[in-house]
Design a protein around this ligand. Structure first.
Ligand SMILES: [Zn+2]
Ligand SMILES: [Zn+2]
Ligand SMILES: [Zn+2]
Ligand SMILES: [Zn+2]
Length: 277
C-alpha cells in the first residue's frame, strides 16, 4: 500500500479513519510507517481506538488575478460541488482542477490521485478559508448566545462544541440546520450536501489544530530543557512511531510556526532531539 493510496482511502472516508481499518487494508508495518509522516497524517485517540486524520499544507489561492503562487487555482464553489456561473458567464476563478499549475501543486503535495470530492474533504478540514469557525464566545457563558455580543448576526458558527465531541443535552444548537448555523453556512456558500459531513470535518479540524499546538509546545519544551513538561504529552502525540525522515522534518521549513517562534526555539539543537526520541 502506497502513501497516496492510504491518503486516498482516508479522504474517501471523510478525512479520517480508524488505524485498525487501515491495517486491515494493508500490511501492518507499511501502514505504521506511512502514517508516521506528520506532514500528511495526524494520529489521535477516539473512543479508545487509534484514529488517523489526513493533513495537507496545500491551500486554495484567494486572488482573483494571481501573479503566481504555490496554492491551488480553483473556484471555491466549484470545489464544494458546483459553481452557479461558468467561466464564460462570470466566475473569475478556475474550474480546471487538472490545469498544468494545479497538477504541479497537487503533485508536490502527493495529492494527484485524489478526485474532486476527496480533495474537497481534505481541504475542508485543513484550509480555514473554506468553513466558518465555531464561535468561542457562544460556547462560553450563560444566556441564549453565551458571551457572544453579535447574537444571531454573528458570522461565526453558533453550534455546541461539546456536542461535536460527543453527546450533549445543553440549550445550545446541536444541528447545523438550526437557524443561525444554517444562515452562516449558506452565507459562506457551503452546499447542503456537505451538512451531513460537517460534524466529522469539525472534529478533524480540532484534532489537526491541537496537534499543531502540541508540536509547538513540544519544541518549546525541549528548547528550554523542561523534561517535566515533556512527560505530560498526551497519548496521541506518539513520537514512538516517527521515522528518521519525519524527525528531520521537525526542524525543516515545513512548519511555518517554527520560524515564527524563532525566539523561543533558538536554543533548539539536533542533539536535544537525538536523545529524546
Ligand atoms: Zn495564486
Ligand atoms: Zn466558479
Ligand atoms: Zn458568535
Ligand atoms: Zn450542547
Amino acid at each position: 500500500m502506497s502513501e497516496s493510496a492510504v491518503l486516498k482511502l482516508i479522504c474517501a472516508n471523510q478525512g479520517s479513519i480508524r488505524v485498525a481499518e487501515l491495517e486491515a487494508n494493508g500490511c501492518f508495518d507499511d501502514v505504521r510507517r506511512i502514517i508516521s509522516n506528520r506532514e500528511k497524517f495526524v494520529c489521535c485517540r477516539s473512543g479508545g481506538e487509534q484514529k488517523v486524520v489526513a493533513k495537507t499544507e496545500l491551500r486554495l489561492c484567494k486572488a482573483k488575478v494571481c501573479q503566481g503562487c504555490n496554492n491551488l487555482h480553483l473556484c471555491r464553489k466549484f470545489l464544494l460541488g458546483s459553481c452557479p456561473f461558468s467561466q464564460s458567464s462570470g466566475c473569475q476563478f478556475s474550474h480546471h482542477l487538472t490545469s498544468d499549475h494545479n497538477m504541479k501543486m497537487l503533485g508536490q503535495h502527493g495529492l494527484q490521485d485524489l478526485d474532486r470530492t476527496e480533495l474537497c474533504m481534505l481541504l475542508l478540514q485543513n484550509d480555514n478559508f473554506l468553513l466558518p469557525p465555531i464561535c468561542f464566545h457562544y460556547n462560553n457563558g450563560g444566556g441564549p448566545f453565551g458571551w457572544c455580543q453579535d447574537g444571531d448576526s454573528c458570522t461565526k458558527l453558533h453550534i455546541c462544541e461539546k456536542h461535536l465531541q460527543g453527546y450533549c443535552q445543553c440549550h445550545r444548537a446541536h444541528d447545523f440546520h438550526d437557524p443561525q448555523p444554517l444562515k452562516t453556512l449558506q452565507a459562506r456558500g457551503v452546499p447542503s450536501w456537505l451538512f451531513g459531513f460537517l460534524k466529522t470535518v469539525y472534529i478533524n479540524k480540532r484534532v489537526l489544530r491541537s496537534h499543531d499546538d502540541d508540536l509547538q509546545q513540544h519544541l518549546q519544551t525541549f528548547s528550554t530543557g523542561d523534561t517535566r513538561a515533556a512527560a505530560n504529552y498526551p497519548d496521541d502525540f506518539d513520537f514512538g512511531i516517527m521515522n528518521i525522515s519525519t524527525k528531520n522534518q521537525l526542524k525543516s521549513d515545513n512548519y511555518p510556526w517554527y520560524k515564527t517562534q524563532g525566539g523561543n526555539c533558538s536554543s533548539y539543537s539536533k542533539s536535544q532531539f537525538k536523545g529524546t526520541f
